[in-house]
Write a new protein. Structure first.
Length: 569
């Protein structure tokens, strides 16, 4: 059967690659000779001989065949369409039905030459097939994700009580789950653990399990942005939530009240902590799982993205024998990671370091870490009072939220302790204004505060799909450049390795407001945030926005990313 989506004439792949300059004529002659000897497809030989990457081959194959190519990502496969083809056939042919529009089935394939496959699928589905070219590994991953949704709820409910999950009690009584080697017997276990394992492997920081009116949505947060992972049947939601509650040792019968718990899993041979949080909603419980993967956290202060001068200044402040250092920023800006990196730098046998956290996110060797418990009245302030009796040299207070905690932290810093803490403010001047709003005496702030450092996290340009472009005049002016400047900037086109976002990984931006005589005198006058910013505008202060613009010019991130985090200055 003739497929209407293929051209009647097409160029040879070798001719196309030579014309594009991707392969030299001599290399192509040699590869064609090798192809005759081994009988493999030319594209496969070019990859094996390292003359071409799969990312370079896919667009060339698509152009040769006259069909589109895509980088498969979450959300491109319609869960209501994928099951027109049984999973066994999808695996055998290495194809994924993506979506169907006007009776035309769009099919992801790694082998656009396999015309007999498209004819067979047309017979099975009764639909014309529009193939699109994708990477082999992306198709296999999409098959595993898409067909996970095909779970019968009755089978799930009958096997829920027979879940084959071994709970191992470690020395601190934490549940350890072996995700990678679970038995295949229970669909609900397989679905739940495939969600957890894929999120860990993709480097996600959070998993959102969200029941809607007619669907069950699973999303994961990567580099601060949420992406849809899958959409199982809505009937699966209660079973998956119950499974997670079992793993977290929570009450599966309680669905009207929020619950919090902790799970420790062994994923791909290493331990990962999961923090479970449920919240009742009108369609059922929404669950968010925070993933704390020790392998992903950067505890080396030299690798946090500090500009060289800012890093030198911050290290100098950390070496002070006493005083208060505040790290500021909104939720998710990396404040805790910065404090952990600072503690790691300061940690030594001669120092007694005590932390008070809510919660303890990562365990640090040689550090006395403690977790507040508001339920029994063990607040930051109360814990801090008792911690001062433990002969500390350095105190880490997870967050200053109220006047009492602020005053105790300041008193500790004035009596010979180095105190590190965080505060939820947008910039460093606002940290001083916030403590004044808490009615902390100005003289105490002026005497104790060494510095306030604000930070943000920005996504880095994906190294696999980065490309140069000439910015518009408005962008040049926004970056502080002349509008006739001819320099090129960099952005990501989007590829399979970055969820088609153009970004992968994150870096931090920083600004440091260090105490000096002039700033002390200003604080004694109880200034507002605006008054502080006006003062800093005349003092050579280097704000977050400037750090962001410099990272754009260095090709690390984009102007769109700097705009997204909405910094002033």
């Amino acid at each position: 059967m003739k497929n209407p989506f293929f051209p009647t004439k097409r160029r040879r792949l070798g001719e196309l690659l030579v014309a594009q300059g991707r392969v030299t004529p001599d290399d192509m002659t040699r590869m064609l000779r090798l192809q005759k000897q081994v009988g493999k497809p030319l594209g496969q030989i070019l990859i094996q001989e390292q003359l071409l990457t799969e990312e370079e081959l896919i667009p060339a194959l698509a152009e040769q065949m006259g069909i589109p190519h895509v980088w498969l990502r979450k959300g491109l496969v319609d869960p209501s369409v994928v099951h027109v083809l049984p999973k066994e056939l999808a695996l055998r042919y290495k194809v994924v039905p993506m979506f169907c529009v006007n009776g035309i089935l769009t099919l992801a394939t790694a082998d656009p030459d396999a015309l007999f496959v498209f004819d067979e699928i047309t017979k099975i589905t009764g639909k014309d097939v529009q193939p699109v070219v994708c990477r082999d590994e992306d198709i296999l991953a999409a098959i595993e994700t898409a067909y996970t949704r095909d779970v019968d709820i009755e089978e799930v409910m009958t096997t829920l009580d027979e879940a084959n999950l071994e709970i191992v009690k470690t020395r601190d009584d934490r549940a350890v789950s072996e995700l990678a080697s679970l038995a295949e017997g229970s669909p609900v276990i397989n679905l739940t653990h495939s969600i957890l394992l894929k999120a860990v492997r993709d480097g996600a920081s959070d998993i959102h399990l969200e029941p809607m009116k007619d669907r069950f949505q699973v999303r994961i947060r990567i580099d601060g942005i949420l992406y849809e992972m899958m959409a199982p049947k809505i009937d699966m939601h209660p079973a998956v939530v119950s499974r997670l509650k079992v793993m977290a040792n929570l009450d599966i019968a309680e669905r009207r009240m929020p619950q919090d718990g902790r799970i420790q899993v062994n994923a791909d041979g290493h331990a990962v902590d999961l923090r479970f949080s449920s919240m009742p909603g009108i369609h059922g419980e929404k669950v968010v799982i925070r993933i704390l993967d020790q392998r992903k956290v950067i505890l080396d202060i030299n690798r946090l993205g500090f500009e060289a001068g800012t890093l030198k200044r911050f290290k100098s402040l950390l070496r002070q024998p006493h005083g208060l250092i505040q790290v500021c920023g909104p939720t998710g800006s990396g404040k805790t990671t910065t404090l952990y990196a600072a503690i790691t730098m300061l940690n030594s046998p001669e120092k007694n370091i005590v932390t008070i956290e809510d919660p303890v996110e990562y365990q640090l060797n040689g550090v006395n870490q403690n977790q507040v418990n508001e339920g029994i009245g063990l607040s930051f302030a109360k814990f801090l009072k008792h911690a001062l009796r433990q002969d500390p040299d350095i105190l880490l207070v997870g967050e200053i939220r109220d006047r009492e905690t602020a005053e105790i932290a300041i008193q500790a810093s004035l009596t010979g302790h180095l105190v590190l803490s965080t505060m939820h403010t947008n910039d460093s001047p606002s940290a001083i204004a916030r403590m004044l709003d808490m009615r902390v005496e100005p003289y105490m702030i002026a005497s104790a505060l060494l510095a306030a450092m604000a930070q943000r996290l920005v996504r880095c340009i994906c190294p696999e799909c980065k490309t140069g472009y000439y910015p518009s005049k408005s962008v040049l002016l926004e970056l502080g450049l002349d509008e006739n400047d001819k320099r090129r900037l960099v952005h990501g086109k989007g590829c399979g390795g970055c969820y088609d976002s153009g970004y992968r990984g994150r870096a931090s931006l920083h600004e440091i407001l260090a105490m000096d005589d002039d700033l002390q005198a200003l604080i004694l006058e109880s200034p507002s945030s605006d008054a502080l910013r006006q003062y800093l505008g005349k003092s050579g202060f280097r704000p977050l926005a400037r750090d962001g613009r410099e990272k754009v010019l260095a090709g690390l991130t984009t102007i769109e990313e700097i705009r997204r985090i909405s910094m002033d200055g």
